[in-house]
Structure formats: structure tokens, C-alpha cells
Ligand binder design. Structure first.
Ligand SMILES: Nc1ncnc2c1ncn2[C@@H]1O[C@H](COP(=O)(O)OP(=O)(O)OP(=O)(O)O)[C@@H](O)[C@H]1O
Length: 670
């Protein structure tokens, strides 16, 4: 419609410039007015619909957050002291859900694929994070309100402004393109470019509308000192991955020297986010579950790829994001890898396994997509990166990052630590290859360097081919060459070391493996899962429910006696203890409130099953079991409660399958 108005306006101007007939110009003006009116109505309708949708989302969120807080799923930490932004405590049901989620993650990935699980400290010495690049580069651009000194993330301010401007249907196509381009490149902006954007868009501090400082990088790591002297600088780790990389050599040995293999770690990560927001979505301490799958750089096929090839995904590839339509498309992972949309089978395998994991824990597959990083979002060494994004009331949120990081991490730690982090590959047939030979003359070394002889030998052996040959050439040309060793340098003279390229028969080689990294944020996944599970019973808007999958539900079963009666209480207690023998958590509710109220209470916690002990139970040793979402009830013998609940909780059968043929029961009442 906007284009039609622009065309009509141009038409009026052209007719006037050509001094056309008045009637013709008047008709064109009338047409322009008519189109403008239509556009106006369209904009108002769109704004009203947008406002309504935003209000509905807000309402849904506040209702759900109310339920989460009231039932103590999670609450702001240190609440009695006013709380600290970006820090949350999990209460009993929150802890149980989180622990179930992590247990299922372990089962789905670690156990299913025989991964090597490790647990490393959160406090990490600086050298590790220097090697990984975090000390230098783990920054966000920050700006301050020049008066109040309040801090803001520069990219968030620019992003919000751009999105607001883009929501205006009246902006021209050229302007739209310019703003969209800015939005797409935002993450790679230098401080100067970000400053230019802030000036150009005339962005001020939110609320106060004061001027902002120039953007400057702020490192997100929490620094700390290790030990009382303060001499050893450390940081709280910003991700769990580094603990795995630094242990690569030992893990490879543990795995019998064989590739591929994966190591995994679940643990706390810490990021001093400038602007923590949106509940669990951006916090300052959070749980990550990370996998580092080490693989030969030229053999990235996966032996179990056939098992997942038919998994259907919603893919938002780079081309789809940059194309005119800008929409994800459905495709099996098999086809995506075959067509080269996803770089290789191993990355594809983990994308598909991530999809099945998220679906099983209760994420709605229609609100899940995999978005490929645009070229500028990827580190220069990365081969391909995809984010699992889940839609919630805050929009599409990155919950899992899946990246083929090539050999970067192992090479970086190998260079810094001087410990070789490589794997050995035996050739099918021995090969004749030109290799660098470095042979220090031990006698000369000892004589010349005495106690430093070992350090000199180590430094010579650590030289790369280029440096070794340059050193040899310099000794030959100048009669000496300087060699840097730990803590200083020495002079190498002719005869001290043989450095040459020689053709040798070799049966294998050392190489640095590539790593494919799926990185899960447990809190973000949990929050999105909460939103996808939450609903209000249509018949009563006071009744809220979490439709947690039995594997995730904080408590699997509530057990209550219909009325406060000693016999009923005893039987309820016995059933609870029997369930506990198989690790099935239950909650005994002997409060005297009505059954309806007790059901509502367990629904609010997302408990999938409820066992009611009633008068008949005392006569024929049967009880009723109710399923949360359908509110269906069946009557079963007490001895059958455990096998039935167990089958349902292990997802070995659906409610319909497990209860087919059982006596249906009308809803229990007091
Ligand atoms: N501040 C945070 N709060 C909660 N979860 C987080 C936070 N930062 C990262 N995560 C989680 O850890 C996962 C892997 O971390 P990664 O470093 O890839 O995130 P990221 O790309 O820096 O995230 P973002 O760009 O949203 O800050 C993310 O997909 C997310 O689920």
C-alpha cells in the first residue's frame, strides 16, 4: 500500500510538471487521497492488532510469572535485601525441574553417545582465558548516561531504536534497506561505528533522555584473585568449554587415542551482563551444558547420521535470512546436509539430536527453528554455526548454539601452553614425505649452555618448520643466530644443531582435530519450556496448569486421601513409599481442603498424575488415578499403581495406551 501511495504521489507531481489537463490532475489527486485514506486505515488496524498482540503476550507472561513465583519455581536472589539484577534462586519445584532437565540431557546425549563427562572448576586462571581469547575479546560495547552514569548495552539501544523505526510502515524502501543493513551488521560494529549509529539515530538515555557517552568495550568476565597473595589473576569462567579443551590430551588417552569422541560438561558459567533482563533469559550466573565433539578435520561424516536423516527441521538458513521472503523453511537434516546447507554430517547430527531433545522436554516444535549465523556473526575460524531459537513472549531466543569451530581452540591452547594437543593418524600405507629434522648436538649444547641446555633443546624442538629453517639459514649466513628460550635468549653457533628437510618413510602423522560444539543454556531452555507448557483451564481462568512432560515434572504424582481418615491416610502413605522405592517422586496431600482445590494445586505445579484413595479403596484395595491435562480418571488395583505410573513416567506408553481397557471413573468428589 505504501508503494501505491508513493506511485500515486509521483504521478500527481509528473502530471503537474507536464502541465496536464486540470481534470486529469484532479482525478490523480483524488486517487492519491483515496489511497492515503486506505493506508491510514491499514496502519491503524496494524497498530491496534500489534498493540493487542503485545498486550496479550504481556498478560500471558505476567500470569505465568505469577504462577512460577507463587509456587517458588524461581525467585530473585537475595530478595530480602532488594535483590541483585541477573541473579535468581530456584525453589523446590524449580530445582526439581532443572535437575530432571539435566538428567534427561545426560541420558539423551552423554549416555546415548558414550560421551566423556568432566567437571572442572569455575575459577579459571587468566592464562587459559588469554589463550581462548576471552581476556581480550569477550566484550560488549557499553555507553553511560552522562548525568546519572547508568550503564546500557550500546547494541541493545541501537537495536531497539532500529526496530521501532522499522515498525513504521511509512518509511521509504531505501530507508528500510539502510536500517535493515545496520541491524544485520550491529554485532560487528566497532566502537566508532556504534558511536556513529547512536549519533545518526539521535539516541538518548532511556527514561532520562540525557546524552550518552561514546561506546567503549566492557569485558563480561568477573575477575578474581586466586590465593591470598593476589599474584595469580583469575576469572569466573564465562563458559564451561575451556575445561574440556585443556584436558584434551588426557581425554584422548582415556579414549584409547581414538577419534572421534565427545566430552561433555554441565556447570555454572558467569557473565557480568551489562543489562540482565527478561528473567532467566539473560542472567549473570547460569548453567550451561556443553559438548565438545572432536573429529578428524577431513572426516566429518557421522556413523549414526542415518538414524537422524529423516528428522524434519525448520531451517532459517543464511540465504533465507538474506532473501526477499526472510522465512525459515521445512527440510529434513538429511537433505540439508546433502545440499550443503548444513556444512557436514556431524554438525547436522547434533542439530537433529537437539531438535528431538527439545521436543521431548516439551518445547513446541512449531515454535522452534534453527538459524544459521550470517557470515559476519561467525568467528573467522568457524566453518558453520546454527542457533536453536525458541519463540516465546520475548521473541525468538537463542537457547542452544551449535558450531563447527574447526581446530581453533586446541591450537590456541597448544600454542600458549606449549603442550601438543593433537591426535595421531596411521596411514593406510606408509608414505614418503619431506619432514623437518631437528637434531641438537647434545655434547656441544651441554658445553655451551650448561644448566640451560635442556631449555635450549626444548626451544629448538618447539620451532615450527618456517622458524627452524630461518634459524639454520641465519647460522649459515652470519655464523650465529639468536634463539629465544624461557626467560631470555641464547646464541646458536654452527654445529650445535642439525636442521634440514629430509625425505622419510612415515606411517602416520599428528594433526589437530576439529571440534563441533553444541552449547546449551539450561535456564533459557527452561524458561521457554515453561512458556510452552503453561495454560489456563478454559472453564476457569483462575486454574493455571503446566503441562510438563512426565520426565520433566517436578513431582510425578500427588497422592491424597479423599477425606481425613486414618485408613485412607495409611494407604496413601504406603503408595507414596512404594513409588519412592523406584525413584518416583510423589507428594502426599492430606490437607482437609476439597479434592477440586487439591487438583488445582497440583496442576499449578505441573504434576502429571494424581492418585486418590477413597472409601471404596478401603473395601476393595483399588484407587483412582487422574491424568492432569485430560482430567481422565481410571480405577486400578493398588498393586498396579507402581507399574502404571512407572510406565507413564518413563514415556513407555501414553495415558491412552497405558489405560486402555481399565475402568473409567467419574471425577472424584468429597
Ligand atoms: N547471560 C546469559 N544468561 C542465560 N543464558 C545464557 C547467557 N549467555 C549465554 N547463555 C546460554 O548459553 C548458550 C551458549 O552461549 P553462547 O556464548 O553461545 O551465547 P551468546 O551467543 O553469547 O548469547 P547471547 O548472544 O544471547 O548473549 C546460549 O545459547 C544461551 O542459551
Amino acid at each position: 500500500m505504501q508503494d501505491a501511495v508513493t506511485d500515486a504521489g509521483n504521478n500527481v507531481r509528473a502530471l503537474k510538471a507536464e502541465k496536464k489537463d486540470k481534470a486529469e490532475i484532479d482525478a490523480a489527486i483524488a486517487k492519491l487521497k483515496e489511497l492515503k485514506l486506505e493506508l491510514d486505515t491499514e496502519i491503524k488496524a496494524a497498530m491496534a492488532a500489534g498493540d493487542e498482540a503485545a498486550a496479550a503476550k504481556e498478560q500471558f507472561r505476567s500470569k505465568m510469572n505469577g504462577a512460577l513465583e507463587q509456587r517458588l519455581f524461581y525467585i530473585p536472589s537475595f530478595k530480602i535485601y532488594g535483590g541483585v539484577a541477573g541473579l535468581y534462586d530456584y525453589g523446590p519445584p524449580g530445582c526439581a525441574v532443572k535437575s530432571n532437565l539435566q538428567a534427561f540431557w545426560r541420558q539423551h546425549f552423554v549416555l546415548n553417545e558414550a560421551m566423556l563427562e568432566v567437571e572442572c572448576p569455575s575459577v579459571t586462571p587468566e592464562v587459559v582465558l588469554k589463550a581462548s581469547g576471552h581476556v581480550e575479546k569477550f566484550t560488549d560495547l557499553m555507553v553511560n548516561d552522562v548525568v546519572t552514569k547508568d550503564c546500557f548495552r550500546a547494541d541493545h539501544l541501537v537495536e531497539e531504536n532500529l526496530e521501532r523505526m522499522l515498525a513504521d510502515p511509512m518509511i521509504s524502501a531505501d530507508k528500510r534497506r539502510e536500517l535493515e543493513d545496520m541491524l544485520a551488521r550491529l554485532e560487528e560494529f566497532t566502537p566508532e561505528e556504534m558511536g556513529d549509529a547512536i549519533t545518526k539515530l539521535a539516541i538518548k538515555a532511556p527514561e532520562t533522555k540525557n546524552d550518552l557517552t561514546a561506546p567503549y568495550p566492557f569485558n563480561l568476565m568477573f575477575p578474581t584473585q586466586i590465593g591470598p597473595s593476589g599474584a595469580l589473576q583469575g576469572y569466573l569462567r564465562p563458559e564451561t568449554a575451556q575445561g574440556i579443551f585443556v584436558n584434551f590430551r588426557d581425554l584422548l588417552y582415556y579414549n584409547g587415542g581414538k577419534l572421534p569422541f565427545a566430552a561433555a560438561q554441565i556447570g555454572q558459567s558467569f557473565r557480568n551482563e551489562i543489562a540482565p533482563r527478561a528473567g532467566l533469559l539473560r542472567v549473570r550466573e547460569f548453567t550451561q551444558a556443553e559438548i565438545e565433539h572432536f573429529v578428524h578435520p577431513e572426516q566429518k561424516d557421522h556413523s549414526r547420521f542415518a538414524e537422524v536423516a529423516d528428522v524434519m527441521l525448520s531451517l532459517f538458513s543464511r540465504d533465507a535470512q538474506l532473501g526477499a521472503v526472510k522465512k525459515p523453511f521445512p527440510m529434513t537434516i538429511g537433505e540439508a546436509v546433502e545440499k550443503g546447507i548444513v556444512a557436514n554430517q556431524t554438525l547436522g547430527y547434533f542439530i537433529a539430536r537437539t531438535q528431538t531433545f527439545l521436543e521431548k522436554i516439551g518445547v513446541n516444535p512449531e515454535r522452534l527453528r534453527f538459524r544459521q549465523h550470517l557470515q559476519h556473526e561467525m568467528a573467522h575460524y568457524a566453518e558453520d554455526c546454527w542457533d536453536a531459537e525458541i519463540e516465546c513472549s520475548y521473541g525468538w531466543i537463542e537457547c542452544v548454539g551449535l558450531a563447527d569451530r574447526s581446530a581453533f581452540d586446541l591450537k590456541a591452547h597448544s600454542d600458549k601452553s606449549k603442550v601438543e594437543l593433537t591426535a595421531y593418524e596411521r596411514f593406510a600405507e606408509p608414505k614418503m614425505v619431506e619432514t623437518l629434522v631437528v637434531e641438537p648436538n647434545k655434547k656441544d649444547m651441554g658445553k655451551a649452555f650448561k644448566k640451560d641446555a635442556k631449555a635450549v633443546t626444548d626451544a629448538l624442538m618447539a620451532l615450527c618448520q618456517e622458524d627452524a629453517l630461518a634459524l639454520a639459514a641465519k647460522v649459515e649466513a652470519d655464523g650465529k643466530a639468536e634463539l629465544k628460550i624461557e626467560g631470555g635468549s641464547v646464541e646458536i653457533l654452527p654445529g650445535m644443531v642439525k636442521i634440514a628437510m629430509e625425505t622419510q618413510k612415515v606411517s602416520g602423522r599428528n594433526f589437530t582435530p576439529s571440534v563441533i560444539e553444541p552449547s546449551f543454556g539450561i535456564g533459557r531452555i527452561m524458561y521457554c519450556m515453561f512458556e510452552h507448557s503453561f495454560y489456563i483451564r478454559p472453564e476457569d481462568e483462575q486454574k493455571t496448569v503446566f503441562r510438563f512432560s512426565p520426565i520433566i515434572a517436578p513431582i510425578k504424582c500427588t497422592i491424597f486421601p479423599l477425606v481425613n481418615d486414618a485408613g485412607m491416610n495409611d494407604l496413601a502413605g504406603t503408595i507414596s513409599r512404594v513409588l519412592a522405592t523406584e525413584g518416583i517422586s510423589s507428594k502426599l496431600d492430606t490437607t482437609a481442603v476439597s479434592v477440586g482445590k487439591r487438583y488445582a494445586r497440583t496442576d499449578e505445579l505441573g504434576v502429571p498424575f494424581a492418585v486418590t484413595v477413597d472409601h471404596r479403596s478401603l473395601q476393595d484395595n483399588t484407587v483412582t488415578i487422574r491424568e492432569r491435562d485430560s482430567c481422565d480418571q481410571v480405577r486400578v488395583a493398588v498393586d498396579d499403581v507402581l507399574p502404571l505410573i512407572k510406565k507413564l513416567c518413563n514415556l513407555q506408553a501414553t495415558w491412552e495406551e497405558a489405560t486402555a481397557g481399565l475402568e473409567k471413573q467419574a471425577a472424584a468428589s468429597d
